[in-house]
Design a protein around this ligand. Structure first.
Ligand SMILES: [Zn+2]
Ligand SMILES: [Zn+2]
Length: 72
């Protein structure tokens, strides 16, 4: 019985190719090979837009803070 070995085999969620040590996990929780890790090359469900908005608001807060100090 070598069920343990079978469970260990990591495959790319997109092409079902064995990836093993080259396995990479995307932010959408999918395991992918080097050729499919790019969001456009697999059906990526991670919302990159939301992440971008978060970064933008952080920058805006910093700018407002600097302005306040200048006035004083
Ligand atoms: Zn692949
Ligand atoms: Zn993805």
């Amino acid at each position: 019985m070598d069920n343990k070995e079978k469970a260990k085999t990591v495959r790319c969620d997109e092409c079902k190719k064995k990836v093993g040590l080259m396995a990479m996990k995307c932010r959408c929780e999918k395991t992918l090979c080097t050729s499919h890790i790019t969001a456009e090359l697999h059906s990526c469900t991670f919302d990159y837009r939301t992440e971008g908005v978060k970064t933008l608001s952080t920058v805006m807060v910093t700018v407002t803070g600097n302005r306040g100090l200048e006035k004083f």
